[in-house]
Design a protein around this ligand. Sequence first.
Ligand SMILES: [Zn+2]
Length: 93
Amino acid sequence: MPFMRKQTTISLEDLRYVSIQCARCKSRMILDLGVPVQLGLERPQFVPRGCGVCNEPFDSAVQRLNKFQPVYLELLEAHLKERLCFVAESEIT
Ligand SMILES: [Zn+2]
Protein backbone atom coordinates (compact mmCIF):
# COMPACT_ATOMS: atom_id res chain seq x y z
CA MET A 1 0.00 0.00 0.00
CA PRO A 2 1.46 3.39 -0.91
CA PHE A 3 2.46 5.72 1.86
CA MET A 4 0.23 8.80 1.79
CA ARG A 5 0.21 11.90 3.93
CA LYS A 6 -2.41 14.59 4.32
CA GLN A 7 -1.42 18.23 4.73
CA THR A 8 -3.56 20.79 6.45
CA THR A 9 -2.73 24.46 6.15
CA ILE A 10 -3.71 26.80 8.97
CA SER A 11 -3.30 30.55 8.69
CA LEU A 12 -1.74 32.46 11.57
CA GLU A 13 -5.07 34.11 12.23
CA ASP A 14 -6.92 30.78 12.33
CA LEU A 15 -4.37 29.36 14.76
CA ARG A 16 -6.00 31.44 17.43
CA TYR A 17 -7.03 29.06 20.20
CA VAL A 18 -4.94 26.70 22.29
CA SER A 19 -6.40 23.86 24.31
CA ILE A 20 -4.71 22.79 27.53
CA GLN A 21 -5.55 19.49 29.21
CA CYS A 22 -5.23 19.20 32.98
CA ALA A 23 -2.78 16.47 33.97
CA ARG A 24 -4.96 15.46 36.93
CA CYS A 25 -8.65 15.61 35.94
CA LYS A 26 -8.19 15.64 32.13
CA SER A 27 -10.56 18.58 31.67
CA ARG A 28 -9.67 20.97 28.88
CA MET A 29 -9.34 24.73 28.94
CA ILE A 30 -9.36 26.72 25.71
CA LEU A 31 -7.42 29.98 25.70
CA ASP A 32 -7.60 32.71 23.08
CA LEU A 33 -4.14 33.68 21.82
CA GLY A 34 -5.61 36.81 20.22
CA VAL A 35 -6.59 38.47 23.48
CA PRO A 36 -3.70 40.36 25.09
CA VAL A 37 -3.05 39.75 28.78
CA GLN A 38 -4.71 42.40 30.93
CA LEU A 39 -2.10 44.40 32.76
CA GLY A 40 -2.85 45.37 36.30
CA LEU A 41 -3.86 41.90 37.37
CA GLU A 42 -2.07 40.34 40.32
CA ARG A 43 -0.33 37.86 38.03
CA PRO A 44 -0.65 39.00 34.42
CA GLN A 45 0.02 35.76 32.55
CA PHE A 46 -1.64 34.18 29.54
CA VAL A 47 -1.87 30.75 31.19
CA PRO A 48 -3.87 30.66 34.42
CA ARG A 49 -2.09 29.43 37.53
CA GLY A 50 -4.02 26.16 37.51
CA CYS A 51 -6.93 24.10 36.25
CA GLY A 52 -10.29 25.81 36.52
CA VAL A 53 -11.96 22.54 37.62
CA CYS A 54 -9.61 20.95 40.17
CA ASN A 55 -7.06 23.74 40.76
CA GLU A 56 -4.11 21.51 39.82
CA PRO A 57 -1.27 23.90 38.94
CA PHE A 58 -0.14 23.83 35.33
CA ASP A 59 3.45 22.64 35.01
CA SER A 60 6.33 24.71 33.69
CA ALA A 61 6.04 23.20 30.20
CA VAL A 62 2.50 24.54 29.86
CA GLN A 63 3.57 27.88 31.36
CA ARG A 64 5.87 28.31 28.33
CA LEU A 65 2.76 29.42 26.47
CA ASN A 66 3.25 32.68 28.38
CA LYS A 67 6.26 33.28 26.11
CA PHE A 68 4.52 32.08 22.96
CA GLN A 69 1.50 34.38 23.13
CA PRO A 70 3.44 37.69 22.89
CA VAL A 71 5.27 36.31 19.82
CA TYR A 72 1.94 35.33 18.28
CA LEU A 73 0.55 38.84 18.85
CA GLU A 74 3.71 40.42 17.42
CA LEU A 75 3.36 38.36 14.24
CA LEU A 76 -0.27 39.42 13.89
CA GLU A 77 0.65 43.07 14.40
CA ALA A 78 3.45 42.76 11.81
CA HIS A 79 0.73 42.18 9.21
CA LEU A 80 1.99 38.67 8.51
CA LYS A 81 -1.36 37.06 9.14
CA GLU A 82 -2.08 36.66 5.44
CA ARG A 83 1.45 35.70 4.42
CA LEU A 84 2.29 33.26 7.17
CA CYS A 85 0.67 29.88 7.67
CA PHE A 86 1.36 26.64 9.46
CA VAL A 87 1.27 23.25 7.79
CA ALA A 88 0.28 20.12 9.68
CA GLU A 89 0.96 16.66 8.29
CA SER A 90 -0.70 13.42 9.20
CA GLU A 91 -0.78 9.92 7.78
CA ILE A 92 -3.84 8.90 5.79
CA THR A 93 -5.16 5.65 7.18
ZN1 LIG B 1 -7.99 19.63 36.63
